[in-house]
Design a protein around this ligand. Structure first.
Ligand SMILES: Cc1ncc(COP(=O)(O)O)c(C=O)c1O
Length: 406
């Protein structure tokens, strides 16, 4: 067949309609663009202390073996995880970040047209991955107190529902699910539905009344898949390593759609060592908890509302277009997250950094809010008063603008 010059390959509609992933601005690019130096990043919920020192040592020891493929089964890391958390070895699946486990669940269980229920707002990748597979994301708005509405999520189940995503603590709100609500959801959901409990930030949670996902993975009822990551509390975001814990039968489906060498040997070695670095984990938790307390106090002093969080980040309501504030802060070398892509036009999200980074954020925010004309194009009326934060419009849908970096 003679090819016409104007004919080009075209992806199917469900792919062509996706807004591609706009990655977060790396510090180096920001500094080049604005001609500044010494910037700080409090935008991607990363660990401000750097990687675990034990993980760095393990990575260095692995470098001379980079000519070999990694252990595709991740035997030693899975064995350690199974022992540490008392979970079945055959139910542990390693991922190139826990992001990959999200993708494996959807690839294994979804056919085009199937529905996937998720809180809105929550982690934007859930929606994107479902769209990749031609599935239908079903966003369920948060409650007015910004908690995930598990009752409404159970009510949203139809014959087409294959997966439910829950995030505990939730990103971007930092709220947690209670054990009672989680138990009730499992009773109300058909057994053939997979319930994903994404615990990316669980190491920062201090609320005792919240389910421990590992207790649920081999129980009767819907299949529970627990997601954990080494990107946050263990400081290994750049290596891309996370895992899912689930019933071995569910894991066998994920393994059918997993690339044989999906996690790098250096990443496996670093994760293995990081699990032993309890001192680093404790220091991380203390830095985050202390940092959040400092930030809450300062935000209150500024007369702004914030949402107390059980993760390493929190939301601040800024009474102006968050995107404008985000851009102004960028020019001062402070990278934060505007929540506009989550449908929360007047919220910013900030993660706890080192004490000097937190102080710089507070100084910059208070300077900019004093300088900025807070009357935006929608007629914003200046700073809100402290008090119970009403949160975003519960009807707003997450992710209309694609995913920003974490
Ligand atoms: C709720 C949630 N789940 C999963 C992830 C992905 O983490 P990973 O780096 O392990 O892919 C993130 C990252 O920000 C997240 O916020």
């Amino acid at each position: 067949m003679v090819r016409q010059p104007e004919m080009k390959p075209c992806a199917p509609k469900h792919i062509a309609s996706i807004t591609p992933y706009p990655p977060g601005k790396p510090i180096e690019e920001l500094e080049r663009e604005y001609g500044i130096s010494g910037s700080i990043k409090l935008a991607s919920n990363e660990n401000p202390l750097g990687p675990s020192p034990k993980a760095i040592e393990a990575v260095l020891a692995t470098l001379s073996k980079l000519n070999r493929y990694p252990d595709g089964s991740g035997f030693y890391l899975r064995k350690k995880l199974a022992e540490k958390y008392c979970i079945p070895f055959d139910g542990v699946v390693l991922g190139n970040g826990s992001n990959e486990i999200i993708e494996l669940v959807i690839r294994a269980f979804l056919t085009p047209g199937d529905e996937v229920i998720m809180p809105a707002p929550s982690f934007l990748l859930y929606r994107l991955v479902v769209q990749w597979m031609g599935g239908k994301p079903i966003p369920v708005p948060l409650k007015t107190n910004l908690g995930i509405d598990l009752e409404k999520m159970a009510e949203a189940v139809t014959a087409k529902t294959k997966v439910i995503f829950l995030t505990n603590p939730n990103n971007p709100t930092g709220t947690v699910i209670s054990k009672r609500d989680f138990d009730a959801l499992l009773l109300n959901v058909p057994r053939e539905v997979v319930v994903v409990l994404d615990e990316a930030y669980i190491e920062f949670n201090t609320n005792p009344d919240t389910p421990s996902g590992f207790d649920y993975i081999c129980r009767n009822g819907p299949g529970v898949v627990v997601l954990r990551t080494f990107s946050k509390a263990y400081g290994l975001a750049g290596l891309r390593i996370g895992f899912g814990a689930m019933d071995p039968d569910i894991a066998s489906f994920l393994n059918r759609v997993r690339q044989p060498f999906n996690t790098a040997s250096v990443a496996q070695a670093a994760a293995l060592a990081a699990l032993d670095d309890e001192e680093f984990l404790r220091r991380t938790q203390e830095t985050v908890w202390g940092g959040l307390q400092y930030l809450y106090n300062e935000i209150e002093k500024m007369g702004l509302k914030y949402i107390p969080s059980e993760a390493n980040f929190f939301l601040i309501e800024v009474a102006c277009e968050a995107k404008r504030l985000f851009e102004a802060m960028l020019r001062h070398g402070v990278i934060i997250r505007s929540m506009a892509s989550y449908g929360m036009e007047r919220f910013i999200r900030v993660n706890a950094g080192l004490p000097e980074e937190n102080r710089r954020f507070v100084r910059t925010l208070s300077q900019l809010l004093a300088e900025m004309d807070l009357t935006d194009s929608n007629g914003g009326q200046g700073l809100p008063r402290i008090g119970a934060c009403p949160g975003p419009d519960p009807g707003s849908e997450a992710g209309s603008g694609g995913v920003q970096n974490q």
